[in-house]
Design a protein around this ligand. Structure first.
Ligand SMILES: [Ca+2]
Length: 364
């Protein structure tokens, strides 16, 4: 498959030139996720824990197919003062203090932070009070750590952002050449079928649309696991009981978080069940049969008064720009279709939960 990606140079606050010297073969890197059982895939998880982030971290840290090089925390579901210690707590629960944790952006690139504590509990972990972390984050900031690790392993590190994309955008702004060194971004965010924070925007993209736009403009091949599929992976009483039946530390911690959140929802008078958005994105790295992807050219709306953060997915034959105000310019063209993203459109939810519940059975 020959794909010419729509590359725009990063101009938001940087004067550096994007290197396009053919360092990496995009066609090769765009290929399906490698299935080698031998060499674990290097990833960095950027996260805002977050109930479903907790499940995603537990899944990734318990999967031998993945080598988690770092966990970077960003503000999102709750402020950074909570997401960073939560990331440390989760690393400790998983028994993986070997994985560095770095603190990142406390606010979006341009906007005031909007959180989702209504959905994750005030502390971000469903209200479960785990002990304070005993480990510390590294001194390096998240964006600096991402830049350094990607430079150390060019072409090898997949970025897995499961929160607002602020840290990733900051890394790209600091080192635009990263766009040629990151083989793929597998993210949770966006939607082609309506939002959950506004009718248009999914939460992660709503919080920092400018960061999301930078990432989608970067030219890095993206796999977008958004609400189109994540809203179909809902925890149920039966699934939670299966998780509670597991005996190891990680499963028990995950079950405590989920049960507490369900009780919180119930006390608030609505019968909703937690949606496990973020671990579904991680599962795309583990079992290609769980999600079905389609090629799109995705643009992120940043200017809309009512639609900022919307991810707009273009197929061939569409115009991308709105018609000009009268006499202000030429008719917008129908542009050549250049996909920049594979969007998850279908999910095998039972297969996902079988994987997730079985993989969380670790720890003491
Ligand atoms: Ca998240």
């Amino acid at each position: 498959m020959s794909i010419r990606l729509n590359r725009r140079q990063f101009t938001l606050g940087c004067g550096a030139t994007v290197t396009v010297a053919g360092l990496w073969n995009r066609t090769r890197l765009w290929a399906a996720i490698p299935e080698s059982p031998i060499k674990p895939r290097r990833i960095i998880i950027d996260t805002d824990p977050g109930v479903d982030d907790a499940f995603a971290l537990m899944l990734a840290l318990g999967s031998p197919e993945l080598k988690v090089e770092a966990i970077t925390a960003v503000a999102g579901n709750v402020p950074l003062e909570l997401t960073l210690p939560n990331a440390l707590r989760l690393r400790e629960i998983c028994g993986r203090n070997d994985v560095p944790v770095a603190g990142g952006a406390a606010s979006p690139l341009l906007r005031k932070l909007v959180t989702a504590s209504y959905a994750h509990g005030e502390n971000g972990l469903g209200g479960v009070e785990f002990p304070a972390p005993v480990t510390k984050p590294v001194e390096e900031k998240a964006a600096d750590l991402i830049v350094r690790l990607v430079r150390q392993h060019p072409g090898e590190i997949t970025l897995v952002p499961i929160g607002p994309l602020t840290n990733i955008a900051l890394a790209l702004r600091a080192a635009p050449e990263l766009a040629e060194m990151v083989p793929q971004i597998v993210l949770m965010g966006g939607s082609l079928s309506g939002g959950n924070e506004t009718p248009s925007a999914e939460f992660n993209f709503y919080v920092d649309p400018e960061a999301a736009a930078m990432v989608f403009d970067s030219g890095i091949p993206i796999m977008m696991v958004g609400l189109d599929v994540t809203e179909k992976v809902v925890l149920t009483e039966e699934r939670l009981r299966r998780l509670e039946a597991n005996t190891k530390r990680v499963s028990r911690a995950a079950a405590r978080i989920a049960r507490s959140l369900v009780e919180t929802y119930r006390k608030k008078g609505h019968g909703e069940w937690p949606v496990l958005h973020d671990p579904l994105a991680v599962s795309a790295l583990l079992d290609p049969a769980i999600l079905t992807f389609e090629d799109y050219h995705v643009e992120i709306e940043t200017a809309g008064t009512f639609t900022a953060g919307e991810s707009v997915g273009f197929k061939p034959g569409y115009r991308r720009l709105s018609a000009c105000i009268q006499n202000a310019g030429p008719e917008p063209p129908v542009e050549e279709f250049r996909p920049n993203c594979k969007v998850a459109k279908a999910v095998d939810a039972p297969r996902f939960f079988d994987l997730l519940i079985s993989r969380l059975e670790y720890g003491v």
